[in-house]
Design a protein around this ligand. Structure first.
Ligand SMILES: Cc1cc2nc3c(=O)[nH]c(=O)nc-3n(C[C@H](O)[C@H](O)[C@H](O)COP(=O)(O)OP(=O)(O)OC[C@H]3O[C@@H](n4cnc5c(N)ncnc54)[C@H](O)[C@@H]3O)c2cc1C
Length: 306
């Protein structure tokens, strides 16, 4: 009776065995591959890391949430995979919001500034008003000292840089970091308030935060920040977090990779151009031979209006 009152009035008259079955299906989900990496720090850049502090749900939660209206839980892996793929490619996004990640992340402030533009997360950051900031600054690896891109005003060139110049750049950054931090420590030693002493510290200083986000919005973050147009220094965090997502929700990650990360969206005029250049017979013959399931074939034909 105690159990039934806890699971809600609509189950109050169900036999005990039925109640324990409901609790089993809906209970806290543990994913072995996620448990294995919980609390482990994955190094990023020269001094940063990503650590999975906690997670809630996984692939099983996505299918439970999607099937809740039918009172069904998970089925076979094959059926769950097909359902997750269907949900993701049809933008039925709310079941993915049922999976939650809490990360502890350490990154340079210039990376954090890009990171916190993602407003759908909840975060707590180290306070430079409260704590004396550590002497930890980002210094790029010599291979990652990049020159300005000629065609992308916001990006770097992929051309190799003269190694001697790269070392000079690193040395200049290091000198400035040392000087700024020495001044900062001097102000702190003279009892200047930490909130004021810190104001000249540079963007290369490392900061830390607890960052919590659901899987749907994390996919959005990863799509933008793993893209080749994203800055290298945030992309590498995205790549590590992608591995963590794979450990928590492997089927959802596979669908994300297939339909979002490695997929493309076309504008109307681009699509017209592609269709005008398409050998329709060859396309239909290849489609028949392809491994795409029947529903996927139908969806593709509908997308192309064929
Ligand atoms: C390569 C690159 C270059 C960039 N360059 C610049 C730049 O030069 N300058 C600059 O300022 N920014 C820049 N940004 C940041 C960019 O404009 C976005 O702010 C950032 O990527 C977060 O994206 P988002 O708003 O879709 O994500 P989120 O904030 O996570 O939002 C996710 C979704 O929720 C919606 N949403 C969230 N909060 C609200 C709300 N309060 N009301 C309504 N809808 C909401 C969003 O519209 C979006 O669809 C850049 C980003 C990238 C990836």
């Amino acid at each position: 009776m105690e159990l039934s009152s806890r699971v809600g009035t609509h189950t109050a008259f169900l036999p005990q065995i039925k109640i324990s079955c409901i609790l089993k299906i809906m209970a806290h989900i543990k994913v072995k591959t996620a448990e294995d990496i919980l609390d482990k720090s994955f190094e990023v850049l020269d001094k940063g890391f990503v650590r999975l502090v906690d997670y809630m749900g996984g692939d099983a939660r996505i299918v439970q949430a999607a099937r809740v209206s039918y009172g069904e839980g998970t089925k076979t892996v094959r059926e769950d995979k097909a359902l997750i793929d269907y949900l993701l490619r049809n933008k039925h996004t709310s079941p993915f919001e049922q999976v939650i990640f809490t990360f502890h992340v350490k990154m340079p402030i210039f990376v954090a500034r890009q990171w916190i533009r993602h407003r759908t997360a909840r975060l707590n950051e180290i306070s430079g008003r409260y704590s004396v900031m550590n002497d930890e600054f980002y210094l790029p690896n010599p291979n990652e000292v990049r020159t300005q891109s000629k065609n992308n005003k916001q990006g770097s060139s992929s051309e190799d840089i003269d190694p001697e110049l790269a070392m000079k750049v690193i040395e200049a950054l290091k000198q400035e970091q040392t000087s700024l931090y020495t001044n900062y420590k001097g102000l702190i030693a003279n009892n200047i308030a930490r909130e004021l002493a810190r104001i000249n510290l540079p963007l290369s200083l490392y900061t830390e935060m607890y960052w919590q986000i659901d899987l749907h919005n994390l996919f959005h973050f990863l799509k933008l920040r793993m893209d080749s147009h994203a800055q290298y220094e945030i992309r590498v965090y995205g790549e590590v977090m992608a591995e963590i997502v794979k450990a928590v929700s492997p089927l959802a990650y596979q669908a994300f990779e297939e339909h979002i990360l490695n997929g493309q969206r076309f504008s109307e005029d681009e699509l017209e151009l592609i269709l005008a250049s398409l050998d329709k017979d060859k396309f239909l013959a290849n489609l028949r031979k392809s491994e795409l399931r029947k529903t996927r074939r139908q969806e593709l034909l509908a997308k192309l209006d064929l």
